[in-house]
Design a protein around this ligand. Structure first.
Ligand code: GDP
Ligand code: MG
Length: 357
């Protein structure tokens, strides 16, 4: 999962990136407004994996991972008729956005629009994304028109289908609404995923507050979207501390879960994904799949051969295993199942795939 941290200059993107990835990138004066991309990969914390590791004592323990990308310099393209070129392509390849908006007040930190107004800032960048998608849709429609003129009645049905879809998307964008609000199905979208429409991507709005500001509400009623308040600067400082020391300060600031954990948890919800596990002497490992995935689809996440040659899945659920205390006790309790191709994987399932290629 690759999440892009976006927002206006000085909204606190790099500060939040540092908090999420325990990095120490320079922030503030001189770092803003530059066209720059920083990437960091972090393990997804999961106490279930820790428990399974204690139970199986494997040689290796592997968590799922999230990649965070801090994207500076977004403002460069704003107000110029949509984002373009390599920058637009980079954004198109992300799985979702963490949109940082500034609510903290600090006279030493200039705001590109001078005043602090998180609602305006959210709408400003959203408007730019809508425009960027609209440009893409219009470009496709022009190409389709040209092809239809050239080929007449012999044009592919796929081209006509695309024309119909692009017209639907165009209407939505012209009404200044993000594409994710159309709630299209994966089957409808699949042929067009490659275009990387920006307003189709799940979006977490992070309102960057501080001690003095308190929580700030944002009106943001869209599909695949959520709003959270984070105290960016404090979180970045906490992320540098020993976990034990951090706990002390968290209580002081009324923070119950560090942003690094919180953002991952809400991102999982937003992306509609869940975790399953594989266990053994060699490795205990967490994997992620979309909610609703079948056993063969989950097998395919591990290796394509496991999906191709799928026979059955041996399934135990983590919660059952923990309650039973051991695999043997779980089997006695009748909680060890053999499932076929139709089985829908549940969060916390421990899978062993029987396959033959
Ligand atoms: N007071 C306060 N300052 C912050 C907060 N978050 C970031 N800043 C400051 O705002 C400035 C810009 O932050 P930075 O992360 O570089 O913003 P970016 O341009 O979006 O990457 C820096 O001087 C930060 O220290 C916050 O929560 N409170
Ligand atoms: Mg920055």
């Amino acid at each position: 999962m690759k999440l892009g941290i976006i927002g206006l200059p000085n909204s606190g993107k790099t500060t939040i990136f540092n908090a999420l990835t325990r990095s120490t990138l320079a922030t503030g004066a001189g770092t803003s407004g530059q066209f720059e991309i920083h990437t960091a990969v972090v393990n997804v914390p999961d106490t279930r994996v820790d428990q399974l590791r204690d139970m199986y004592k494997p040689k290796k323990t592997t968590y799922t991972q999230v990649t965070y990308v801090d994207i500076g310099g977004l403002d460069k393209g704003i107000g110029e008729g949509g984002l373009k070129g390599e920058f637009r392509n980079q954004l198109g390849q992300l799985d979702g956005f963490i949109h940082v908006v500034r609510a903290f007040k600090d006279e030493n930190v200039p705001h590109p629009y001078d005043t602090i107004d998180p609602q305006r800032d959210v709408e400003s960048l959203d408007g730019e994304f809508i425009l960027t998608d609209l440009v893409m849709v219009e470009t496709r429609l022009e190409k389709i028109d040209a092809e239809l003129k050239r080929k007449g009645k012999t044009a592919d049905k796929a081209v006509l289908d695309e024309q119909e879809m692009m017209n639907r998307l165009k209407a939505q964008l012209e009404a200044e609404k993000p594409l994710r609000d159309l709630n299209l199905t994966e089957a409808e979208l699949k042929p067009y995923r490659g275009y990387g429409f920006l307003t189709l991507k799940p979006t977490l709005i992070v309102v960057n507050t501080d001690e003095a500001t308190g929580d700030v509400g944002i009106a943001y009623e869209h599909a695949m979207s959520m709003v959270v308040n984070l105290k960016g600067r404090i979180e970045a400082e906490l992320s540098q501390l020993d976990p034990d020391d951090a706990v002390m300060f968290m209580e002081e600031y009324g923070i119950t879960e560090l942003s690094a954990d919180r953002v991952i948890h809400v991102s999982y919800q937003l992306m509609n994904i869940q975790s399953f596990f594989t266990v053994g002497e060699d490795e205990v490992r967490a994997w992620s799949v979309p909610i609703g995935a079948t056993a063969p689809e989950a097998a395919g996440v591990i290796h394509s051969d496991l999906q191709k040659g799928f026979i059955r899945a041996e399934v135990m659920n983590y919660a059952d295993l923990l309650a039973a205390g051991s695999e043997a006790a779980l089997k006695t309790a009748g909680k060890f199942k053999l499932e076929g191709k139709e089985y829908i994987v549940k969060d916390g399932d421990i899978l062993h795939i029987r396959f033959n290629v």
